[in-house]
Design a protein around this ligand. Structure first.
Ligand code: FDP
Length: 324
């Protein structure tokens, strides 16, 4: 009998146990983050179950948002919520307020729901700035100020990937236990990848550096092999693959959408945070993505994220264009 393997199989590291372990490293911590996270996990379990039942797209978007908003408010640990589904930010009433701001997309990639492609929830968490009434400035902070970020992917399995600022860990929902169990400890993105991921249907409107980069992926001039193209069109699924296998995910600016498509607060920032924590990079075409200071809650930005070396290449092309 393999006692070591058995010991690992029976010593279940649930997400709550994992976060409590992290918390014990910070004696000043009061457990608020653990409580907040358990409410996010509840939302993820609900959406996972609804997706598996095959609810219609419209209903599912609205349902997921309602579940997350209610779960977050009832945690008593939040003060401002920004959801992709709601035009305005939600300010939690004073009696239920806590010190965290949560920005989230309850169901990202929703155009894929009806054909069974993987979709997900993306979230980022800020601490409210000290003192006074919470204001929109508390969520209009650069991504590097996030205290945690993550996503939950509803696919062939339900996987929650999270970083609290010291590495990235992945948990898979065990449906028989109803618990997320640590299955992907310390995720590190390969330094260089063999895959590029972009909607090439937009190529005619790309700028020079993006067009040059994608051309190099297909026709490398340094004798290396061409990269493979993989594009699902569901950010959580495309980023999850990029994180595990390496490579680069691009949603660039183009002539029709000079700011790209993806939203800064609840798409670009959380995924950039995870990429950096896993050893990769995230770049907007102008700067490190996490240094951006958003002016509006639903602002968009171009994004290039993934393996360190692959993002270095695109950065070099943009630098060359600037120095022309
Ligand atoms: P969707 O429109 O299906 O909701 O921002 C939303 C998003 O999906 C991302 O999940 C995905 O990466 C991107 O849009 C896909 O956009 P394109 O269809 O333009 O490629």
């Amino acid at each position: 009998m393999d006692y070591a393997a058995d010991a690992q199989r029976t010593d279940l590291m649930t997400i709550t146990r994992f976060v409590l372990n992290e918390q014990s490293k910070h004696p000043e911590s009061r457990g608020d983050f653990t409580i907040l996270l358990s409410h996010i996990v509840l939302g993820c379990k609900f959406v996972c179950s609804a997706v598996n039942k095959g609810e219609e797209q419209k209903k599912l978007d609205v349902l997921s948002n309602e579940v997350f908003v209610k779960a977050l408010v009832s945690s008593g640990r939040t003060c401002i919520l920004v959801s992709e589904e709601d035009e305005e930010a939600t300010f939690v009433e004073p009696s239920k307020r806590g010190r965290y701001c949560v920005v989230f997309d309850p169901l990202d990639g929703s155009s894929n729901i009806d054909c069974g492609v993987s979709i997900g929830t993306i979230f980022g968490i800020y601490s409210v700035k000290d003192g006074g009434e919470p204001t929109l400035d508390d969520v209009l902070q650069p991504g590097k100020n996030m205290v945690a970020a993550g996503y939950c992917m509803y696919g062939s399995s339900c996987t929650l990937v999270i970083s609290t600022g010291s590495g990235v860990n992945g948990f898979t929902l065990d449906p028989s236990l109803g618990e997320f169990i640590l299955t992907h400890p310390d995720i590190e993105i390969p330094k260089k990848g063999k895959i590029y991921s972009v909607n090439e249907g937009n190529a005619k409107n790309w700028d020079g550096p993006t067009a040059k980069y994608v051309e190099k992926c297909k026709f490398p001039i340094d004798g290396s092999s061409s990269k493979s193209l993989r594009y699902i069109g569901s950010m959580v699924a495309d980023v999850h693959r990029t994180l595990l296998y390496g490579g680069i995910f691009l949603y660039p600016a183009d002539k029709k959408s000079p700011n790209g498509k993806l939203r800064v607060l609840y798409e670009v920032f959380p995924m950039s945070f995870l990429m950096e924590q896993a050893g990769g990079q995230a770049f907007t075409g102008k700067q490190r993505a996490l240094d951006m200071v958003p002016k509006k809650i639903h602002e968009r930005s171009p994004i290039f994220l993934g393996s360190y070396d692959d993002v270095e290449e695109i950065k070099a092309l943009y630098a060359a264009e600037e120095n022309k």
